[in-house]
Design a protein around this ligand. Sequence first.
Ligand SMILES: Nc1ncnc2c1ncn2[C@@H]1O[C@H](COP(=O)(O)OP(=O)(O)OP(=O)(O)O)[C@@H](O)[C@H]1O
Ligand SMILES: [Mg+2]
Length: 462
Amino acid sequence: MAGDAPVVAAGDAPRVLVVEDDPVLLTILTRYLGQRGCCVVRASSAAEALELFAHTPIDVTVSDVRMPGMSGHELLQEVRRRDPEADLILITAHSSVKEAVAAIQAGAADYLEKPVDCRRLHHTIQMIVERRRLRQRVRILELGGRDSTVFEGMVARSRRMLEVFSFIERIAEFPTTTLIMGESGTGKELVARAVHQRSPLRDRPFVVCNCSVLAPGLIESELFGHVRGAFTGADRDHKGLFETANGGTIFLDELGELPLGAQVKLLRVLENREIRRVGSPASVPVEIRVVAATNRDLGRMVREGEFREDLFYRLNVGVIDLPPLRERIEDLELLCEHFLTQFARRFALDKASISVGATNAMRGYHWPGNVRELCNVLERASIMANGGEIQLEHLPADLRRQSESGEDDPEVSPLDLSLEAAERDQIRRALDSAGGRRVAAARLLGLSRRTLYRKLDKYGIR
Ligand SMILES: Nc1ncnc2c1ncn2[C@@H]1O[C@H](COP(=O)(O)OP(=O)(O)OP(=O)(O)O)[C@@H](O)[C@H]1O
Ligand SMILES: [Mg+2]
């Protein structure tokens, strides 16, 4: 089925499209790659693959060569015509050197023989993904080459936010459902608007639906509308938010608050692309982009039975993870500039500056309310400073206390930039890539097995 839910999905998991007409091999490959952290989308023909390709961002396509209808070679050509940077791996039962050479010349990233060596396939995918990330990183560096970046009303210079901006640009072109996760005040609504603004639907409606304020008995009618007489009090036809947003984007804010019953209905809309008003026998087709946001841990809610797993997987194809402010504190000064300029304009004051002491205190604070809290703190402080320099005493007592006592939120470890930390991270990454196999990890790291064992001991990595 086109648009099949991925088996495993995570924020920056490689998105792999597997095209195979043999259902058994399709399942084996999907499972193998899914278990190794890939976000797998499946298609059982080239035609289905092309349809998915138009709707979903894909990092790597793995395709069988011989399939009824369009062959893998033809798929390769068509995909590369649409996106010259697309990466495709072909797999075939009847390989000849000549064919392999022709495929590589036509732009295939690799050409594997059946029976498929899953480990080799996975390894090739990892190499391709790594290469694509490098390319993307170069683009981000180009973005960040300027001192700061302004992107659809957001300012940032941290690598993580620049990555978010670059991902928004990429995902916005596709009508993929997007899920924005992040603590309160991290900018989820701004990101949702940016996705819409950067998409081909920017001139169409952007409708906000806050799931936490929908009246429990009326959720379905609010979302999908109702016809006259559908229930007591329904004295006229009512258009729901989905119909209002038709042709544009609907932003489902606080999605984690949507009750299970409404989650089923939402899943159905996403799958069938049609809605039915409460009390109406007929469905209306909708062409709509869904962007959802939540500050809850949906993965955990799934485990605890509070959020539907199938809906989660459907949303999880396009996840944007917004880092909390404390993990990108290098954005602080830039954000301060941004807000102080705004306040100066709004209150017709001179733009305030910030003393070194106040800046340091703000850098050391853990910002549980993130950018929104920063905005509020600065607003109050600039009023108190009355156009002069913002001093430590203009900041809330809480913030000063935390930075004076040097006490950190126990859950938040300060950024560790030591070489040892980098080495530890690199070792973890190599172990992950090698599926936990130490010999392979040592090879990836260019270390002898003994050196790796010593380092594992030193860093207490199991
Ligand atoms: N990168 C940024 N640059 C400029 N302003 C920002 C940025 N991020 C957030 N803001 C501002 O911070 C405030 C909070 O942002 P937003 O409402 O998008 O957060 P949120 O994640 O939706 O929060 P909540 O979970 O509480 O709904 C807004 O005033 C927004 O304009
Ligand atoms: Mg919000």
